[in-house]
Ligand binder design. Structure first.
Ligand code: FES
Length: 153
């Protein structure tokens, strides 16, 4: 029966793991990390986008130095924070809305967010600009006070 289910073309791997009783987080860990069974496969399920996001970056700290340049970005708590223009920052989920892989980075030369896995592309508002980006990206709020950049839901 186990192999029959695996061979059933109707049920994809994500649904299969759900039916095995695994939680969304466990499925993500199995399918989207180093202990991978392969890439995630169902772009219809909502990706495990970070929730409860609330952190502050000290822009004067060495680890945040990439944000001092336009086009620079850092990744913290599965959130990509990019400097899109002088004093303007955009924060989006690192988890791609295409198949749930943590592949999002900021491509300064194109001024867009991109996914390294299958090439999904998103503008600074998180809107998809190619077919693999059609589900858009979660965008978080940013608020700069002095050298402190707060990122929240
Ligand atoms: S996971 Fe497919 S483009 Fe990002």
């Amino acid at each position: 029966m186990f192999l029959k289910v695996l061979n059933d073309k109707i049920m994809n791997r994500w649904q299969f793991l759900k039916n095995m009783g695994l939680s969304g987080a466990a499925i993500f860990a199995l399918t989207c990390t180093g202990a991978s069974l392969g890439s995630c496969t169902n772009e219809d399920d909502p990706p495990p986008t970070p929730t409860g996001v609330d952190f502050t970056l000290d822009l004067s700290a060495p680890e945040n130095a990439p944000l001092s340049a336009i086009g620079g970005f850092i990744i913290k708590n599965k959130v990509v924070v990019a400097t899109v223009s002088a004093g303007s920052y955009v924060a989006v989920t690192q988890i791609c809305s295409h198949e749930g892989n943590p592949g999002i980075t900021y491509k300064a030369s194109a001024m867009e967010f991109v996914c390294s896995v299958h090439g999904a592309r998103f503008n600074k508002e998180g809107q998809g600009i190619n077919p693999n980006g059609k589900n858009n990206l979660k965008v978080y709020k940013t608020n700069l006070t002095g050298t402190k950049l707060r990122v929240t839901e």
